[in-house]
Write a protein that binds this ligand. Structure first.
Ligand code: NAD
Length: 281
């Protein structure tokens, strides 16, 4: 079990995408640390399930229906959180994901791909699919930061974005997701500079490869065995395994607590089993 982080007790955390695989683990741990936790999800019922689990363990949590791409929806969620739990001290921008319309079928282009009507090449990517994934992963963190960090300018606060291993060197097939996550690293730095005097720290966590709902189709074959892509990932991960949601929690708590990371802002911390350090040779 992780130690107690005294700087978190009694404060309020807002976790977008908090019913997702990675962020529900974060929401539960922050509640275990004594924070009041608001889970913001498009689907309130999914968020409520996590909030109920937290409450059963003696924690404080609410679920609020919210679309991070809709400014009005985020503002409404802000009002609910303020009324139920008080002002937000820690914002985790966890909502994110991919969409088939923004994914190429093949890793690299080969002669004849354009003529192959059964294949989705780069030239067949749907602009609205690309736009959706780009906006979800970049603007979907910008809007909640605009809404929830405004009050932090008077009291200080903390924002943690979720990046990806696709940010420093883009993964094949997912150009929109990769560009957006690279944008997250850049925006994290920009925000950290912009708000340093206001006492708001902004950092990011870049998870390596975690087997979750959004990438299950890419990583597992129908019979449950590892896909060629998953085998590639594991062979490029020096620790030779996928991450588990709990692997993120130590880094999360360290970044969340001013007592342990008060002089840290503008960085992206890889939690990746060594993926980023490995050249592949
Ligand atoms: P997930 O699909 O399990 O959860 C994503 C959550 O975001 C869901 O609860 C979904 O309801 C919510 N969401 C999606 N669109 C939303 C919207 N418009 N408004 C509000 N909520 C919305 O994903 P996950 O694997 O837990 O990923 C969480 C974050 O971590 C994402 O930003 C993802 O890109 C990132 N990430 C994941 C991995 C991985 O291996 N799974 C690796 C690196 C980064």
């Amino acid at each position: 079990m992780l130690p107690t982080y005294e700087g978190l007790t009694g404060k309020t955390a807002v976790v977008t995408g908090g019913s997702g695989v990675l962020c529900q683990a974060m929401a539960k741990e922050l509640a275990r640390q004594g924070m009041g936790v608001a889970i913001l999800n498009r689907n309130a019922a999914n968020g409520q399930k996590i909030a109920d689990e937290i409450k059963e363990q003696g924690g404080t949590a609410i679920a609020v229906s919210c679309d991070v791409l809709n400014e009005e929806s985020v503002k409404e969620a802000y009002e609910v959180v303020k009324q139920e739990l008080g002002e937000c001290d820690l914002l985790i921008n966890g909502a994110g994901g991919n969409h088939p319309d923004a994914i190429t079928d093949k890793e690299t282009f080969e002669a004849g791909d354009i003529e192959d009507a059964t294949l989705k090449s780069f030239f067949d990517l749907q602009l609205n699919g690309f736009d959706f994934v780009f906006r979800l992963n970049l603007v979907g963190s910008l809007i909640p930061t605009q809404v929830f960090a405004k009050n932090m300018t008077e009291r200080g606060g903390n924002v943690i974005n979720i990046s990806s291993m696709s940010a420093p060197a883009p993964m094949t097939k997912v150009p929109a997701y990769s560009a957006a996550k690279a944008g997250i690293d850049n925006l994290t730095k920009w925000l950290s500079v912009h708000f340093a005097d206001a006492g708001i720290r902004i950092n990011a966590i870049a998870p390596g490869f975690f087997l979750t709902e959004q990438n299950r189709g890419l990583l597992l074959n129908e019979d449950g065995s590892l896909s060629t892509r998953a085998e590639k990932i594991i062979s490029h991960t020096p620790q030779r395994r996928f991450g588990k949601p709990e692997d993120l929690l130590g880094t999360l708590l360290w970044l969340a607590d001013d007592n342990t990371s008060g002089f840290v802002t503008g960085i992206t911390v890889p939690v990746d089993g060594g993926f980023m350090a490995y050249s592949g040779v």
